[in-house]
Design a protein. Structure first.
Length: 728
């Protein structure tokens, strides 16, 4: 079975870098596929047994980048911290470059027409270009020597072209080469200020970009900071403060009111309310007592709890959430693959356009300086930085915001699918309803105590929520249950077994008919009870139907509001259930659901979804991650109801961390907002380059203005993505 190797990547400066590394990794022996994320600075390679990590590193090093494997136990430095350090480094560069560029700009525009003026510009600009701008030239050298090109190539060639041309003019014409803002100032034209200002503005853009990307990547850092900083380990009646990482399964920890729970576990002693909002998005505290599951980083509100540790460190629910978010951020949306293909060929095309522009202007005007200036403007304005940031930054922020709200997106394709979804289908039990059944009606043809003893004892052998509700209801009515033998559950119909020597059956009318039991005598009673909207069954033994019982499942308070919200967004709704038509219509009608499909076997739900898809609908299904796995898989967008203990549900594309159906609305709206942001980013990036290159080629764009505009485009794309952090 293939394994996935994660790498930290160093040296990437644009999307074309990521595409190049991805392509090289994908061609190596033993590598099935590779994905490189420019925003998170990470690579993932799916490999077989033949893959050699050192060979992969060497292959990537040949094209000018460094990768370092991230082991399962490695404490990877948060990407936010890395971006913050990058922002500080670029800020130092910006300040230094600006201090030297300011006098260059002054000398060029309004400075004295003295013989030392161009020499001062030369010396100051040389420091800016080759010291503060060295990062661009260094990266370009690596790229050129490995026969590859990237954004740095355009910056380096553009600034060097301006510097080299001006230097040649200066050393050729000497003191006569004086540049000023005055028309006809005499001497040959030089533009050292262009090279200096371009470097300074690009560095300024890098600073803002790094700071904005740090803000965009804060979700993972926030999640990591949620964990408890210490734990009260209970040994031999004595409490000792320890690091949560020192805990092991089986340990007993004490959590006092107001403290964070240090690990996943089970309450052994105490009663309290626990704030699980960071995990599920639900603000209301959850009641916890002996036997209840609790999770790391949730907050004990009141009451002392003793907890037996079950999962620690990377195995906790919090760690699983972080991994799911990281996995989502490491994948690529279909729309991003298009931008990657464009980025891969964009730089060489731009260089070719710049050369053609320079030659055309030289032929048309015989003005070498103007020709170089326009060619440089094309090189600088066309840097595809914004294009590479458009998709990954939006996905980074959107998936992180989802985790904060209890919605976990498992891959980047979800955002595009959610945007196209026109139908949301709900499972009934445990989704629109609480799934906590209660025995509410009992109608026995004979002795009610015998009736309850036999059916209760039979259902005590069931794991189904309905069966448990019947058994519990019998016990609550002071009925003593007896052992059941030969218990069998018939999926979607009922169950049977032997109790006190009698073969007892409980189930639907069709189940009774299959077993040769006539239901006609009690059908009127059945219809009366079922008309209340409850799930109703027949009970029979010794070949005769003996009575009717029903269980009720309360509708969640937020279900009706969730359905109304989807309708307000123009989305159709449907409900799938195994209940009878009457029960389904009663509940579905009360909630305002558009389409109701009842009396379904568990396997029929996926067929019902396929039928909707065959009508041209894009279908999202919301249901239990285990029982509804086939339907979740078939749906265009599978939204699995999860919990703290099973966040890594395999079925489905989205995990909803609480049973609240309103969370499905949140998930769809957030996914749509994220995809809308991606489209806005791409429109800006594509539109910017499409409009700006002709302007530069026609001579309407000064290289310095081009540098400022290019830097602004990248920052604006990231800041637009960061807006998703405020999604509500």
């Amino acid at each position: 079975m293939p394994d996935t190797i994660r790498f930290d990547v160093e040296g990437m400066t644009c999307a074309s870098c990521a595409v190049r590394i991805e392509r090289v990794l994908g061609k190596q022996e033993g590598v099935d596929s590779a994905v490189v994320n420019f925003a998170s600075q990470e690579a993932r390679a799916t490999v077989g047994s033949a893959a050699d990590v050192e060979a992969l590193r060497a292959a990537v090093a040949k094209i000018g980048y460094d990768i370092h494997e991230i082991g399962p136990d490695d404490d990877r430095r948060p990407i936010t911290e890395r971006y913050n350090e990058e922002a500080k480094r670029q800020l130092r560069n910006v300040i230094g470059a600006a201090i030297l560029t300011a006098p260059v700009l002054w000398f060029a525009m309004v400075g004295p027409e003295a013989t030392w003026n161009p020499w001062a510009q030369f010396f100051l600009t040389t420091v800016v270009v080759f010291f503060f701008g060295w990062q661009f030239h260094k990266a370009t050298w690596k790229q050129v020597t490995s026969l590859s090109l990237a954004m740095d190539t355009l910056i380096s060639i553009g600034t060097l072209a301006a510097w080299v041309f001006s230097t040649v003019v200066l050393f050729t014409d000497g003191a006569n080469a004086i540049v000023g803002a005055h028309e006809g100032g005499g001497g040959s034209h030089i533009f050292f200020e262009t090279a200096a200002v371009i470097i300074t503005l690009i560095l300024l853009g890098r600073f803002f970009e790094a700071r904005a990307k740090g803000q965009a990547s804060q979700a993972i850092a926030k999640l990591a900071m949620l964990g408890a900083k210490q734990a009260r380990l209970l040994r031999d009646g004595t409490e000792t403060l320890v690091d949560p990482l020192e805990l092991a399964p089986g340990n007993i920890v004490v959590v006092l009111p107001g403290e964070k729970i240090p690990a996943d576990g089970t309450v052994t002693t105490g009663q309290s309310g626990v704030d699980e909002s960071m995990l599920t998005g639900e603000s209301q505290a959850q009641s916890k007592g002996p036997g209840a599951a609790v999770f790391a980083a949730t907050v004990n509100q009141h009451g002392r709890l003793e907890i037996e540790v079950t999962q620690v460190g990377p195995n906790t629910a919090l760690s699983q959430i972080m991994r799911l978010v990281e996995d989502a951020q490491a994948t690529k949306a279909p729309v991003q693959r298009l931008t990657d293909r464009i980025s891969a060929v964009f730089v060489p095309i731009v260089i070719a356009i710049a050369i053609v522009v320079g030659i055309a202007w030289l032929i048309g005007t015989q003005d070498v300086a103007r020709s170089v200036e326009n060619a440089v403007a094309v090189l600088i304005i066309a840097c595809p930085c914004a294009l590479g940031l458009a998709t990954p930054t939006a996905i980074m922020v959107g998936s992180g915001r989802g985790a904060e709200m209890g919605v976990l997106f498992k891959n980047a394709e979800v955002f595009e699918r959610a945007n196209n979804t026109d139908t949301v289908v709900f499972d009934k039990t445990g989704t629109l309803t609480r799934g906590a059944m209660t025995l509410v009606d009992v109608s026995a043809a004979g002795d009610e105590l015998e009736f309850l003893r036999l059916v209760g004892s039979l259902e005590a052998g069931s794991e189904h929520p309905i069966g448990k509700a019947v058994a519990l209801g019998a016990e609550e009515r002071d009925v003593t249950l007896v052992p059941v033998t030969d218990f069998q559950s018939v999926q979607g119909k009922g169950a049977h077994g032997v109790v006190e020597g009698k073969r007892v059956l409980v189930g639907t009318a069709s189940f009774m008919a299959d077993e040769g039991n006539e239901v006609a005598l009690l059908s009127e009673t059945f219809d009366t009870i079922e008309s209340k909207g409850n799930t109703t069954f027949y009970v029979a033994w010794e070949g005769e139907v003996r009575g009717v019982l029903s269980v009720a499942d309360t509708v969640r308070e937020s279900s009706a509001a969730a359905i109304a919200a989807l309708h307000a967004d123009g989305i159709r709704t449907a409900m799938l259930t195994g209940d009878s038509e009457r029960v389904a219509n009663t509940i579905g009608g009360a909630l305002g659901i558009g389409e109701i499909v009842s009396q379904l076997m568990p396997g029929d739900k996926s067929e019902a979804i396929k039928a909707m898809q065959s009508q041209g609908h894009i279908v999202a299904f919301v249901g239990d991650g285990i029982n509804d796995a086939p339907a979740l898989t078939v749906a265009d967008l599978g939204m699995a109801i999860g919990s703290g203990s099973d966040v890594a549900i395999e079925s489905g594309d989205v995990v909803l961390m609480s049973g609240d159906p309103a969370l499905s609305v949140t998930g769809i709206r957030l996914a749509r907002a994220t995809f809308k942001t991606i489209r806005q980013n791409l429109f800006w990036a594509f539109g910017y380059n499409t409009a700006a290159i002709p302007l530069a080629a026609l001579g309407f764009l000064n290289p310095m203005i081009a540098a400022g505009a290019m830097a602004f485009s990248s920052v604006s794309v990231v800041l637009n993505s960061v807006r998703l952090r405020t999604f509500k």
